[in-house]
Design a binder for this molecule. Structure first.
Ligand code: FES
Ligand code: FES
Length: 153
């Protein structure tokens, strides 16, 4: 597989979930496991350019695929515009949901560069946050869309 831009390979148990592969074999612990049943979105990653809940994907099924986790989005010196927006607009508290929220926001903005508030709320319907009440997350995603539009200009 290609993982965050690097070609890699690994031998695994055929029953392993993608979320466990990322965390346990590659140490990519930004992929969180909340429910393990496809409901919370904490385990969201990108598979071949589309978001997916990695707790519901068998690792063997991503053989040959391109996977991007939150660690592949940006780093402390070079944050992605969506990460900057979440920090500046206080779109997080404990941070448990944040990797999944950011990956869902990136998917939304790449599909729809100027989303309405309703579209933003729809796009994160599969991501549960226990802390923020969502208002600040929605504001952060609105701000992120503006930032990404400026980057493109
Ligand atoms: Fe995958 Fe909750 S841990 S959706
Ligand atoms: Fe704590 Fe969302 S910031 S769960």
């Amino acid at each position: 597989l290609t993982l965050n831009g690097s070609l890699t390979s690994v031998e695994i148990d055929s029953r392993m979930r993608l979320a466990d592969l990322l965390r346990d074999k590659f140490g990519l612990t930004g992929t969180h496991i909340g429910c393990g049943t496809g409901n919370c979105g904490a385990c969201t990653v990108r598979i071949n350019g589309r978001t997916s809940k990695s707790c519901c994907v068998l690792a063997v099924d991503i053989d040959g695929s391109s996977i991007v986790t939150i660690e592949g989005i940006g780093d402390e010196e070079n944050l992605h515009p969506v990460q900057e927006a979440f920090i500046e607009k206080h779109g997080l508290q404990c941070g448990f949901c944040t990797p999944g929220m950011i990956l869902s926001a990136i998917q939304l903005i790449s599909d729809n560069p100027a989303p309405t508030e309703d579209e933003i709320r729809d796009s994160i319907a599969g991501n549960i946050c226990r802390c923020t009440g969502y208002v600040k997350i929605v504001e952060a995603i609105k701000d992120a869309a503006h930032r990404m539009a400026e980057v493109k200009v």
